[in-house]
Design a protein around this ligand. Structure first.
Ligand SMILES: [Fe+2]
Length: 426
């Protein structure tokens, strides 16, 4: 029901039931059994398998008399093709449940495998418009248990799977409430295998999820939807998402430096995993906007940069780094929409009072965090030059689903300005 002026006055909060703590992964089989799964597809990638985590998960599952098969070819930054390969295995295998073990890419691949095997259709039919058909799954999917091994995407808590479509040079997603994992097991012990560069990129993604959600346009400034089915998953900031986002900002400021510095700092890495899940719940409700809208073309237009410290066979810009590079300029631009929220976000990350803030305060706090965790300086490092701004803007504008919840309207000129300021952040 809308208010007299047609504005929204409802918000929803949906969260994945979650089990958190060192050693929690030991409950994997038990969790899957109580979800009623008899035959599971375990979706992972070669690195997680090599670390022995996937095989341990298999042991725990089979110990509960549940059959399972491992698919270990999930690709970091999945493409429509790599998702199709997993989905084909999912359809043929006649599984009645799924387990995504690894970073966001593994969990996202598990989500799409579940989607396509439950409601068979072309992957592109499900992709968000205007790139895909925006088809909605007609009923809930088969049970999916998410077991993250990085601290970033928060995919265990969100209803989105992100994919790259290289032919169209665009990165986009499939989003629907039924895509949200049914349960998650978040075990800090599993984050020991995360390389430091992954901890840096993934951790900065967490901070951006939380910061973008926290300053997002308030939900009650949106037009009310004509029907409940049209209420977007990204609703704008609201009193409940604020709680999750604020705590994630605090943990990001307090623990990310340590988590990157020392692989064995399980306490810091655990808090970053928790921050990732908290931020996932926050942005799963409020949503992300300008830095994420810019990150998709940044990550998909040029495939020529190989990230240092990543064990990968292809050139790509890790998601968190593709997001963080435009965040200082984005928040400098959005500051005037709500100075107090930008001040508070900076204060939460910094962990100490900031009495006065201007448009540079939050950007400065983010830049110092980027420097501390070895993030790239800006988009020039990825191979972009001034002449590329036009195509980057075009790519960002395709992410209307995100841009609509920006606290300050960002059209082509504003996005060009933000990207121009993002070549070097220091
Ligand atoms: Fe992200």
């Amino acid at each position: 029901m809308a208010t007299e002026n047609g504005k929204e006055r409802i918000f929803t909060l949906e969260a994945t039931p979650m089990k958190f703590g060192p050693g929690a992964a030991a409950d994997t089989g038990w969790e899957l059994a109580r979800m009623g799964v008899k035959r599971a597809m375990v979706v992972t990638d070669p690195n997680v398998r090599e670390a022995g985590i996937a095989d341990r998960v298999v042991e725990l599952i089979t110990a509960e008399d549940i059959e399972c098969e491992v698919f270990d070819r999930a690709r970091s930054e999945p493409t429509a093709d790599s998702l199709q390969e997993a989905a084909d295995v999912a359809v043929e295998g006649e599984f009645d449940g799924f387990v995504g073990v690894g970073g966001g890419s593994c969990i996202d691949t598990a989500k799409v495998s579940d989607l396509v095997s439950t409601h068979p259709a072309e992957i592109l039919d499900y992709v968000n418009p205007p790139v895909g058909g925006g088809k909605k799954p007609p009923s809930p999917l088969k049970p999916l248990l998410a077991i993250p091994t990085t601290a970033g995407t928060g995919s265990e808590a969100t209803s989105v799977a992100v994919l790259d479509i290289p032919d169209e040079k665009v990165k986009t997603g499939i989003s629907h409430a039924f895509m949200r994992p049914h349960r998650a097991v978040v075990d800090p012990e599993l984050s020991r295998t995360m390389p430091r560069s992954v901890a840096s990129s993934a951790g900065l993604d967490v901070v951006c999820h939380a910061a973008e959600s926290y300053v997002a346009r308030p939900f009650d400034t949106r037009e009310a939807p004509a029907s409940p089915g049209e209420r977007p998953p990204y609703q704008g900031s609201n009193p409940v998402s604020d709680l999750w986002s604020a705590r994630a900002l605090e943990y990001g400021g307090k623990y990310l430096r340590r988590a990157v510095e020392d692989e064995d700092d399980v306490e810091a890495r655990g808090f970053m995993m928790l921050a990732a899940s908290l931020a996932g719940i926050g942005f799963g409700s409020a949503g992300v906007h300008i830095p994420h809208a810019c990150s998709y073309p940044i990550a998909s237009l040029k495939h020529e940069w190989t990230p240092p410290g990543y064990n990968t066979d292809h050139a790509f810009v890790p998601h968190g780094w593709s997001v963080i590079v435009s965040s200082p300029a984005a928040f400098r631009y959005t500051f005037e929409a709500d100075p107090e929220r930008h001040r508070r976000a900076a204060e939460l990350i910094k962990g100490e009072p900031i009495d006065d803030a201007d448009e540079d305060t939050l950007p400065d706090v983010l830049v110092s965090l980027m420097q501390a965790v070895g993030a790239p300086r800006g988009i020039r490092e990825f191979g972009y030059e001034e002449g590329d701004v036009g195509v980057l803007v075009e790519g960002a504008l395709k992410q209307q689903r995100l841009l609509v919840i920006s606290p300050r309207e960002a059209g082509p000129n504003e996005l060009a300005g933000i990207l121009q300021q993002s070549f070097e952040n220091w």
